[in-house]
Structure formats: structure tokens, C-alpha cells
Design a protein around this ligand. Structure first.
Ligand SMILES: CC(C)(COP(=O)(O)OP(=O)(O)OC[C@H]1O[C@@H](n2cnc3c(N)ncnc32)[C@H](O)[C@@H]1OP(=O)(O)O)[C@@H](O)C(=O)NCCC(=O)NCCS
Length: 147
């Protein structure tokens, strides 16, 4: 087995190239900046291969509608060359453990339909109805309970 690449803290700015190439290739650069990116409690993690970031995840201390507390995952992406190598899982687990050390609250995201299986493998479940995000496709809220 090849050596595992490390997971490191990165800046919001450092997430943007993978956000652009994997998640929003057809959108304006302004769409690569997410609300809360610069909040003190926001977590940005990257898997690095030398100088190159090959997988990213951001997590925000942000409750979903109707809830009092929570952590929101956004910008979850692995470049095609490392997909299936377990880095997406590792990023979620590292962020989850760090977030729950601060506030043990549910973790949630607006998941793309094509990623439902990924989140399900990590213990997330779909909450509520499917909805469309223009230009990206069908989504659902998925959550990982904290108890
Ligand atoms: C979804 C994504 C982040 C997964 O990242 P990854 O690094 O390939 O995930 P991992 O290798 O850690 O996979 C963890 C497990 O989920 C499974 N899995 C990964 N992607 C999956 C998918 N799209 N559907 C079903 N299962 C999936 C893997 O097979 C693995 O299963 P295992 O633990 O039984 O071996 C990556 O495919 C991606 O960037 N996709 C395009 C962008 C995207 O859709 N992001 C999510 C937006 S909500």
C-alpha cells in the first residue's frame, strides 16, 4: 500500500482551487467563497500531496434551520486521482472529532444526490425532502446524530 498523505489545517483561501475544479467548475469565482469561511471556529482541512491539495473539507459552527446547534460541512471534495482512497472519510472523521471536542452537536450538510452513498457510509441519514440547487442538481439535507 502506498504511504498515506497527511491531513493538515489549511486556510479558506487554500480550499478555493479544489472547490473550483471539483465542485463549481462552471461558476463565477465569487461562488467559491462561502459564508462563515473566515469565522474563528470554522475548520478547513486539506489532504496534501507535496505542494498540492488533493482533497478538502470545510466545517462551520452553524445550526440548520429549526435546530439550536450544529456543524455544517461544505466544500467536501477529492480530486479524481485520489477518489476511493479513503481521504474523504478521513477528512470527515478528523473534522467530526475536532468539532465534537468543542460542541457535541449534530453534523449536517446539503448533500448532492451523487454523494448520498458516501455520507451514508459515514453514518449520515437523509432528513426531509429532496430539493434542487440550480446549476448543481438534486440535493438533500443529511445529518450525523451526535448521540
Ligand atoms: C464524494 C467524495 C467527496 C468522496 O470522497 P472520497 O475521497 O472518494 O471518499 P472515500 O474514499 O473516503 O470513501 C469512503 C467510502 O464511501 C464510498 N464512497 C465514496 N464516494 C461514494 C459515492 N459517491 N457513492 C457511494 N459511495 C461512495 C467509498 O467507496 C468508501 O467506502 P468503503 O469505506 O466501504 O471503502 C468525492 O467522490 C468527490 O469529491 N466527489 C465530487 C464532489 C462531491 O460530490 N462532493 C460532495 C458534495 S455534497
Amino acid at each position: 500500500m502506498s504511504e498515506r498523505l497527511p491531513i493538515v489545517d489549511i486556510t479558506a483561501e487554500q480550499t478555493r482551487e479544489v472547490r473550483r475544479s471539483v465542485l463549481r467548475p462552471h461558476q463565477d469565482a465569487s461562488m467559491l467563497v462561502y459564508p462563515g469561511d473566515d469565522d474563528r471556529e470554522s475548520i478547513h482541512l486539506g489532504v496534501v500531496d507535496g505542494e498540492t491539495i488533493v482533497a478538502i473539507l470545510s466545517m462551520y459552527h452553524m445550526a440548520r434551520e429549526g435546530e439550536t446547534s450544529g456543524w455544517r460541512i461544505r466544500g467536501m471534495a477529492s480530486v479524481p486521482a485520489v477518489r476511493g482512497d479513503g481521504y474523504g472519510r478521513e477528512l470527515v472523521e478528523v473534522a467530526r472529532d475536532r468539532a465534537w471536542g468543542i460542541d457535541r452537536a449534530e453534523i449536517w450538510c446539503n448533500a448532492r444526490e451523487s454523494a448520498f452513498g458516501f455520507y451514508e457510509k459515514l453514518g449520515f441519514v437523509v432528513v426531509g425532502d429532496l430539493f434542487e440547487i440550480e446549476g448543481i442538481g438534486v440535493h438533500a439535507v443529511m445529518k450525523l446524530a451526535c448521540d
